[in-house]
Design a protein around this ligand. Structure first.
Ligand SMILES: [Fe+2]
Ligand SMILES: [Fe+2]
Length: 240
């Protein structure tokens, strides 16, 4: 397994590993993001089997012991399967998640006390500022949330905009069409009357970069692609 490293916004690095045979013949990338700041933050841990490859890629950017925060969108193996491996490798790191996720899972599982974040709470990383946004059931799971890095306008959107295959770090073409295609095929988002309004609330942030967990990230008019995805959610809901 090779984990590729690309800077997708200033001092925000995408760590990407293609896992063949997942989600179709072209495979699926599993992407983590390192925000390099005075207090470096890792968003998504990856599954345990990817830990050697991802941690060695992070080690080329910063000494792993410098990691201060480990966070993720929701409880699934690709988002946080290797959380305790990271906590063991980085003794100064704290796992941070929403209050609900801490209560239903993290306080019981993490090898050290986690930090519970409120909706809208900002972690000042020193050079970067990360805001926690509660998005229950978007992309999926009750505890789901996203983070927004305010100095670069980067929205870490987890499984939203999932695309199959090993595309470039930053998309060069349309990401909405491929994202809708895989959502129709796998139906991984539980679409409710609250889903499109949540996506539109994210669009209102006017992000400049979208850090995507599976597939290419995107730089440009992020509000428009979020509005387009919200339109798709509306359409699915109307179709019943
Ligand atoms: Fe997920
Ligand atoms: Fe995921």
């Amino acid at each position: 397994m090779e984990t590729k490293v690309d800077e997708i916004a200033e001092k925000i690095y995408r760590l990407s590993t293609l896992v063949p045979g997942t989600a179709g013949p072209s495979g699926l990338t599993f992407n983590q993001f390192l925000i390099d700041a005075d207090e470096p933050l890792l968003f998504h841990c990856g599954q345990r089997f990817l830990f050697p490859s991802i941690s060695s890629a992070v080690g080329k950017l910063i000494p792993i012991e410098r990691l201060r925060w480990i966070t993720f969108s929701h409880v699934e193996s690709d988002e946080c399967g290797s959380m305790n491996e990271w906590l063991a490798a980085a003794p100064n790191a704290t796992a941070a998640h929403g209050h609900l996720g801490c209560n239903i899972w993290l306080k019981d599982t993490a090898i050290r006390e986690p930090r519970a974040l409120s909706d809208g709470e900002v972690l000042d990383l020193g050079g970067k500022k990360v805001r926690r946004l509660d998005t229950p059931h978007l992309p999926h799971c009750w505890d789901a949330g996203l983070i927004y890095e305010e100095t670069t306008g980067t929205l870490f959107c987890s499984d939203m905009f999932t695309q199959a295959g090993d595309g470039p770090a930053l998309a060069v073409g349309d990401i909405v069409g491929p994202a809708i295609e895989i959502e129709r095929r796998l139906a991984f988002t539980p679409i409710t009357p609250k889903t499109a309004p949540m996506a539109r609330k994210l669009a209102a942030l006017s992000p400049r970069t979208l850090a995507v967990m599976h597939g290419s990230s995107f730089a440009g008019d992020v509000s428009s692609v979020l509005e387009a995805l919200a339109g798709f959610y509306d359409e699915v809901l109307r179709a019943g």
